[in-house]
Write a protein that binds this ligand. Structure first.
Ligand code: NAP
Ligand code: F7E
Length: 363
């Protein structure tokens, strides 16, 4: 039997890697998209003419659209990856964030029930290490108390609990992956890792003078997104629905990430000063290439995330060290070095839109 999966948030970083993984496994993959003023879906453009890859309009803020797509596709598995996923932005649009990241999860669960799929459809919810927020202990595992510390995290906490509630109340196979930060060459450009790798590549190639960052001392457990989407799938193949922490078990600061990224771009950095006066200096030229700007400080910042992935290793057989931290940073920098070089050479880096229209791929 050919399995059907529905991925909300298919245009995002994780949605694109998960689509590739499920297509490789022989699934029929359905993804939800939103109407946007930008027609080109960069991360999934290469999948759009695959006959087993289908796109549907739906929005997590619109129950009827969710009922319609779930009723039509009748998926065996749903991966709810859609979210307003930027923590700093959640302070600016807290109500929208709550609607999509909290109530949106409820809408999916209810749509599955209303469509009569409660017994047959397995649901993965994209939960987050941000639930630990102002951390109560280090490292964090499935038993660590939550202390959400942003509108994003508070909304995701509702998502986590409503998934548990539907599991306990209706016996549904639904579970949350508590994923720590995972990055890639497809990461959005305003998240700190990608902001750094892109700036390092641009500065190394003379296209940018300086990189402005916020809290350099913030520490994260960073993994590779391509490795993490496999865990989402493994969780839905498990015998019972359970929540899992997915992390590498290693921690680095934003400053560490910066140092390594610039190193791979050919620039050795030395940091001097403290707080807002801290600066990253190119040791070869003495030029300041990294500065701190309070514009990137958050009203409340999560600064000490370190995950304990033992349960996922034991129960899912998952290997958290497949891609090491230096490999992750190198992959991202090499990709951005190539992108910046291609732009400099005036090469066409985007697929020709007209070609897409001709093939009938763009809807
Ligand atoms: P991302 O790149 O920001 O992608 C988010 C996706 O959600 C995009 O496809 C976006 O569509 C879609 N979306 C946003 N609002 C929507 C709405 N109202 N209705 C339908 N779709 C909507 O995020 P990601 O890094 O892939 O993360 C995937 C999920 O994992 C998110 O739920 C995130 O909160 C969670 N998470 C991420 C990490 C991480 O480190 N990456 C860690 C833990 C948890 P558009 O393209 O149309 O904007
Ligand atoms: O920030 C600090 C910032 O925006 C990481 C999302 O995928 O992972 C992500 O959320 C840290 C924070 O990711 C800048 O203050 C310093 O402490 O890359 P980020 P995030 O907030 O951890 C979690 C697990 C998710 O669930 C989210 O969806 O870096 N930082 N300077 C900066 N952050 C940004 N964005 N920009 C700076 O200039």
């Amino acid at each position: 039997m050919q399995k059907r999966a529905l991925i909300t948030g298919v245009t995002g970083q994780d949605g694109s890697y998960l689509s590739e993984l499920l297509l490789e496994k022989g699934y029929d993959v359905h993804g939800t998209i939103r109407r946007s003023s930008v027609d080109f879906r960069e991360r999934i453009a290469h999948l759009e003419d695959n006959p087993r890859f289908h796109l549907h309009y739906a929005d997590l803020g619109d129950s009827m659209s969710l009922m319609k797509v779930i009723g039509k596709v009748r998926p065996h598995e749903i991966y709810n990856l859609a979210a307003q996923s930027h923590v700093q932005v959640s302070f600016d649009v807290p109500e929208f964030t709550a609607d999509v990241d909290a109530t949106g999860v409820l809408r999916i669960l209810e749509a599955v029930r209303q469509c009569g799929l409660a017994d047959s459809c397995r649901i993965y919810q994209a939960s987050t290490s941000e639930l630990y927020g102002k951390v109560e202990s280090v490292p964090q595992n499935e038993e660590t108390p939550f202390h959400p510390y942003s509108p994003y995290a508070v909304a995701k906490l509702y998502g986590y609990w409503i998934v548990r509630e539907y599991r306990e109340a209706y016996g549904m196979f639904c579970c949350s992956g508590i994923l720590f930060n995972h990055e890639s060459e497809r990461r959005g450009e305003t998240f700190v890792t990608r902001k750094i790798t892109l700036a390092a590549a641009r500065i190394a190639q003379g296209k940018q003078r300086k990189l402005l960052l916020g809290n350099l001392s913030s520490r994260r457990d960073w993994g590779y997104a391509k490795d993490y989407v496999e865990c989402m799938w493994l969780m839905l193949q498990n015998d019972i629905p359970e929540d899992f922490v997915i992390a590498t078990g290693e921690q680095y600061s934003v400053r560490d990430f910066c140092r390594l990224a610039f190193h791979y771009a050919g620039i050795e950095l030395r940091f001097e000063g403290e707080g807002e006066n801290e600066r990253g200096i190119d040791t070869a030229t003495g030029r300041v290439v990294v500065e701190v700007s309070p514009d990137f400080y958050r009203p409340t910042d999560v600064v000490n995330l370190l995950g304990d992935p033992s349960k996922a290793m034991r129960r899912l057989g998952w290997n958290p060290k497949r891609t090491t931290f230096p490999e992750l940073v190198r992959i991202m920098v090499e990709s951005d070095m190539a992108k910046v070089a291609a732009e400099r050479a005036g090469e066409q880096v985007r697929v020709n839109l007209a070609e897409y229209l001709e093939k009938g791929i763009l809807k």
